[in-house]
Design a protein around this ligand. Structure first.
Ligand SMILES: [Zn+2]
Length: 109
């Protein structure tokens, strides 16, 4: 791959976080910065983090933000629908089991 034509890989910062460790590349999924990558302390968001933070990507364009946020909302809807369908499938299995039991009992009596 010719790296002269692509500047898409953020350069690894030689900087260390305030703990003295190499920062880790992470991705923001907030509505303001969806999909925007940043360098953070390896404990970023956890207890003991030094809160080191530095953007790796430029600020996203409004159109990009709106598309990504729309896709994330759709993904959440699909995930919730999958949970609902899983719950319904369990209910149907129980109803089916009760029906089979009912039919079996009727044939015995
Ligand atoms: Zn740190």
């Amino acid at each position: 791959m010719d790296h002269h034509l692509c500047d898409c890989t953020p350069r690894l910062k030689k900087r260390l976080c305030y703990c003295g460790e190499l920062p880790i590349l992470k991705t923001s999924w907030t509505e303001i910065n969806p999909g925007r990558r940043f360098w953070g302390c390896r404990l970023y968001g956890k207890v003991g983090s030094c809160d080191f933070f530095d953007w790796a990507d430029p600020a996203p364009h409004e159109r990009y933000k709106s598309v990504i946020n729309g896709l994330l909302r759709k993904k959440n809807e699909v995930d919730m629908e999958k949970v609902r369908m899983g719950r319904n499938a369990r209910i149907y299995k129980i109803v089916l089991w009760l029906l089979v039991l009912f039919v079996e009992l009727r044939s015995v009596l």
